[in-house]
Unconditional design. Structure first.
Length: 73
């Protein structure tokens, strides 16, 4: 859905879904204390180091290409 919409509008994008991840997969540690931490575990919100490394790499590359303050001329 987003991929098609951004492509049609010629908006720069880099969209990737990580199917084996839940919410907060980029957090380095599971947090939340005893109550909220339990809810996070039940919901599948937990760190995923492999997906996180890939996501951070893609974010930094995208920002470097599209938000750089360095003049290209």
């Amino acid at each position: 859905m987003f991929e098609l919409a951004f492509t049609k509008k010629k908006i720069a994008h880099d969209i990737k879904e990580y199917p084996d991840t839940g919410h907060a997969f980029m957090n380095p540690h599971q947090a939340g204390g005893p109550v909220f931490g339990t809810l996070l575990k039940i919901s599948g919100a937990k760190p995923n180091p492999d997906a996180s490394a890939d996501a951070w790499s893609r974010i930094e590359k995208f920002f470097g290409e599209h938000l750089s303050t360095v003049s290209k001329g």
